[in-house]
Design a protein around this ligand. Sequence first.
Ligand code: SF4
Length: 73
Amino acid sequence: MSECDFIKGCIFFNDKMETKSNLASMYKRKYCQDNYGNCARYMVATTVGREKVPSDMFPNMRDKAEEIISENN
Ligand code: SF4
């Protein structure tokens, strides 16, 4: 895969969330710059809307994403 379309405006990618920098770098490589389809933020944004993405949601929070998606569908 390639880069996520949301990189420019994403608060996670642009370091606006509290996180350990080495973990954030790993997630950026794993999700934002590779397999963004599995990112929790991306999943919520593309199914129920970007406004439904919690500000504290990290890319690996897939279970939470599925919960939000089922609540809003
Ligand atoms: S993959 Fe997720 S965290 Fe990364 S830029 Fe896209 S929406 Fe943001």
